[in-house]
Ligand binder design. Structure first.
Ligand code: AMP
Ligand code: ZN
Length: 473
């Protein structure tokens, strides 16, 4: 099988050549566990799960090591812990916040059909490895100690900035916003810093006599080295991590180990936005995976995790994705149809070769979906094809024995109540007349979630907007 992947480092698609085909190694930056994961966070989890499945298929299930970490040392965690449990000692409060968040994260992503990674290291369990990296970087002249901090000296690395392809001027301008007085250079970044009283603290490296804690970037360099070695095959994460996080991981790991690369292939998923807007708490469109699965969201009362997964895979991983009610409704209709076709079929066989080939072309999931629509057609005509179709859906993590009814969780009935639809359309028209387009869109989404598609047309005589509706296919 030939696998081609887009490499952010070289800015082109390249044939994938593992360093050791008997142990293909991938690292993906995992969540910072202080709050529910949102649906944007679900994107890298799903995308790299698809890649993990493909690699297991190509090289053998026990010949792929997938490491996805848990970041449990972070200022945001400290702040959340202090706010949530003011009566507890900070370390105990942190333990509660991180363990509850981690448990929730695992439940949420399991529902999305995501396989557990091979190793899920926690930052707090790799402090010794982080300290050793700090020591090595100082010994090799790439880092220095200042006022209890260990700082990476960016100017010590000739080809810093290759991944993000930024000019030093651009990076300096960005870094100069708030320059700490102890930095030799504005671009230098923290490897280790002193802890304030009450904050989590460990004995410091590099002969520093006050207790401290690691910076964010060094955590991933240490966990990747421990579980995958100094050089490995694939490193992934969301596009927002390219700079500074991944750039700095590369600087730390390469300079500590004296290697030409940290990972051969760097992969980044595009961003997810909601109904055309950046997802943010202040805009009120911030949606957690858990809300999607367990509460009323996007019109329906709940969405099945496999439906969410299919909705996510409808867009190629490098493109931005716009998360809408319509996307979910379509995914639900499609998956329900598929579930009907494979009911009772065996799913132990091999996945369809064309699907594997499309996936091997830089995870071309839109193409995969059009192929499986074709497979669905043949499975409908020929029961013999149902087994391969079923095995393919299982391979993609889209269906694993779910019934059509289970996928329609939260949908009261397939029959649409016409009077209710008319009432909602009238309410939407009134909202739009009052220029409350947000409410208008909300009502449209509610209708879409019921499987109702609206059509607005101008009456040529009166100039009024007339809304008609039909059931979605
Ligand atoms: P964080 O917990 O913020 O470090 O994010 C965990 C992962 O989710 C990282 O790989 C981020 O790049 C990714 N991520 C965060 N927000 C989004 C978004 N809106 N769309 C896609 N990926 C995201
Ligand atoms: Zn990372």
């Amino acid at each position: 099988m030939s696998l081609t992947l887009y490499n952010t480092l070289t800015r082109r698609k390249e044939p994938f050549q593992p360093i050791d085909p008997n142990n293909v190694r991938m690292y993906v930056c995992g969540p910072t566990v202080y709050d529910y994961a949102h649906i944007g966070n679900a994107r890298p989890v799903i995308v790299f799960d698809v890649l993990f499945r493909l690699l297991r298929h190509a090289y053998g299930a026990d010949r792929v090591t997938y490491v996805r970490n848990i970041t449990d040392v972070d200022d945001k965690i400290n702040a959340r812990a202090a706010q949530e449990y003011p009566e507890l000692a900070l370390n105990e409060a942190i333990r509660r916040v991180t363990s509850a968040t981690e448990k929730q994260f695992h439940e949420d992503i399991a529902a999305l059909g995501v396989l557990p990674p091979t190793v899920e290291p926690r930052a707090t369990e790799h402090i010794e490895e982080m300290k050793r990296l700090c020591d090595q970087l100082v010994e090799r002249g790439h880092a220095y100690v200042a006022e209890g901090h260990v700082l990476f000296h960016v100017a010590s690395m000739q080809d810093y900035g290759q991944l993000s392809n930024r000019s030093t001027d651009e990076m300096e301008a960005g870094a100069r916003v708030e320059v700490a007085p102890y930095k030799r250079d504005p671009m230098d970044f923290v490897l280790w810093k002193p802890s304030k009283p009450g904050e989590p603290a460990w004995p410091s490296p590099c002969g520093i006599d006050v207790a401290g804690r690691p910076g964010w970037h060094i955590e991933c360099s240490a966990m990747a080295e421990k579980h995958l070695g100094p050089v490995f095959d694939i490193h992934g994460g969301g596009i927002d991590l390219v700079f500074p996080h991944h750039e700095n991981e590369i600087a730390q790991s390469r300079c500590a180990h004296g290697t030409p690369v940290m990972a051969n292939v760097w992969m980044h998923n595009g961003f997810l936005q909601v109904e055309g807007e950046k997802m943010s708490k202040s805009l009120g469109n911030f949606i957690t995976i858990n809300q999607l699965l367990a509460t009323k969201s996007f019109g329906a009362s709940e969405w099945h995790g496999r439906v969410v997964r299919l909705a996510m895979l409808g867009t190629h991983y490098r493109q931005p994705i716009d998360w809408t009610a319509e996307r979910l409704v379509q995914a639900r209709a499609t998956l329900t149809e598929f579930a009907k076709l494979v009911q009772g079929a065996s799913n132990d066989g091999a996945p369809n070769a064309e699907v594997v080939a499309a996936l091997s072309d830089d995870l071309n999931t839109p193409s995969v979906l059009s192929i499986i629509h074709g497979l669905a057609k043949s499975a409908r005509r020929n029961a013999d094809q149902a087994a391969e179709f079923s095995a393919t859906l299982r391979f993609l993590g889209l269906l694993d024995g779910e019934t059509p009814a289970e996928l329609n969780v939260g949908v009261a009935s397939a029959d649409v109540d016409g009077a209710k639809v008319a009432e909602l359309i009238a309410a939407r028209s009134a909202a739009r007349k009052a220029r409350d387009f947000k409410e208008g869109d909300r009502i449209r989404d509610e209708l879409v979630a019921m499987g109702v598609q609206l059509k607005d047309a101008k009456d040529p005589k009166t100039g009024e907007i007339v809304t008609t509706w039909e059931l979605m296919a």
